[in-house]
Write a protein that binds this ligand. Structure first.
Ligand code: ACO
Length: 386
């Protein structure tokens, strides 16, 4: 939708939600929303999910090239060495209310990293490297720590012998995960690592453009990701599926939801007019998990909802997005629903940092304009006269 600002022919056009308005130039990621194609730095995401690891993909996103063996080994080792968080951060997290949402806990803890690490040497490549390492390393530790703390337990330390994804699942569940579960979880992180100028990445770039520190950049992006129209939808999908209850209830439920003009969670995307390629892969990953660890009846319900929604919403280009099947994968991995969005944040930290670095490379502070719709020339009135 394009709305003319004023009657004047020369007035700027206002596009709600900045739909279709380029707000940056970027070489990080490309989306073909008609074909359902997603590439990171020119590599197809399905190929990366099948062949790469999350840390290798993070390196690719942030530095623009796949690492060679030495670069990858060094990056992995640096990340492994910086996984622990200060006892002060753990103590701070212990004072958070246990019923608070883990996304709020993550936003506060991510911001707190800025208190501990030196700030704003933004023209120093070593500072950039160490900030990237710290954020990629510590965000999962903080997500897992809050999970244990809110259950009344002390967080457990990361295990140096476990790779990134397996270590996160270990810190969360206190059990070494099955290798297939860890591999599928790592693929989920790859699929969520980047997605061009979505709301949280835009938020990260706006924050980055002020030349503040990278911990503030990630904290602002975490807050933006939390909303139900963005990353928060993955949690809401499972709540929705559980509320529908059974496959035979899907069609009457959908009829009611459409009649009431409700948004169906996990459906629709500003960029895709076909099924999100990440949803296609996540669905396959969910099926692999069900084959190995047992079926989930909510999956039958989800497929019925996808079929019914394709009839009703498909003509408008509304199909499952990344959030539709990810929750079923995480549920099978035994992860609580309110951690789905923090897990999204663990992955998307790679994309946010790639955009942070790119923004610094050609920075100009974001300062868009507005179309003023308020009053003018009003005289102040004393309170007794109002
Ligand atoms: N269910 C039903 N109808 C929908 C849905 C949906 N999920 N999404 C869009 N529509 C309809 C709208 O009602 C509107 O119809 P109309 O033209 O008849 O009024 C039309 O499609 C366009 O919708 P907008 O909200 O204008 O689309 P926009 O591009 O602004 O929003 C968004 C995209 C926010 C993702 C939207 O599809 C939505 O709210 N989806 C549900 C929440 C969700 O799953 N979010 C996760 C997105 S992926 C991510 O961020 C990680």
């Amino acid at each position: 939708m394009v709305v003319a600002a004023t009657e004047a022919a020369s007035a700027p056009l206002y596009r709600p939600g900045l739909e279709g308005v380029p707000a940056t130039q970027s070489s990080v990621c490309d989306i073909d929303g008609q074909q359902g194609l997603l590439t990171y730095r020119g590599y197809r995401v399905d190929e990366l999910a099948a062949q790469s690891t999350f840390l290798e993909t993070a390196y690719l996103l942030i530095w623009g090239e796949l690492p060679d063996a030495e670069q990858l080994a060094e990056f992995e080792q640096e990340v492994q060495m910086h996984r622990r968080v200060s006892f002060r951060i753990r103590d701070m997290m212990k004072s958070f209310p246990s019923q608070g949402h883990p996304m709020d806990a993550l936003q506060a803890s991510a911001a707190s990293l800025g208190l501990f690490y030196s700030r704003r040497a933004l023209d120093n490549p070593e500072y950039i490297y160490s900030a990237v390492v710290r954020l990629i390393a510590k965000i999962p530790t903080m997500v897992a720590a809050f999970q244990l703390i809110r259950k009344g337990q002390d967080p457990i330390q990361p295990r140096d012998d476990l790779p990134y994804a397996a270590n996160f699942l270990y810190m969360l569940t206190e059990r070494e995960p099955d290798p297939l579960a860890a591999r599928i979880f790592d693929a989920c992180l790859i699929l969520h690592a980047e997605h061009s100028l979505n709301a949280s990445t835009f938020s990260a770039r706006v924050t980055a453009s002020t030349l503040t520190d990278p911990y503030a950049v990630v904290a602002s992006a975490v807050g933006t990701l939390a909303g139900p129209l963005h990353g928060g939808a993955n949690e809401d999908v499972l709540i929705m599926l559980e509320a529908i209850g059974s496959a035979d209830q899907v069609r009457p439920w959908l009829d009611r939801a459409i009649a009431e003009k409700q948004k169906i969670m996990g459906f629709g995307h500003r960029e895709y007019k076909v099924k999100d390629p990440r949803a296609v892969i996540l669905q396959k990953l969910a099926e692999q998990l069900f084959d190995q660890f047992g079926h989930d009846p909510l999956y039958d319900l989800a497929r019925e909802l996808e079929a019914a929604a394709a009839e009703r919403l498909g003509p408008k280009g509304i199909y499952p997005n990344v959030d539709f099947y990810s929750g079923l994968v995480y549920r099978k991995l035994g992860i609580p629903e309110d951690l789905f969005t923090p897990i999204f944040a663990i992955a998307r930290t790679a994309g946010w940092l790639a955009h942070w670095k790119e923004q610094l490379g050609a920075n100009r502070i974001y300062r868009p304009t507005q179309i003023y719709t308020g009053s003018n020339g009003r005289d102040w009135q004393p309170i007794e006269a109002r």
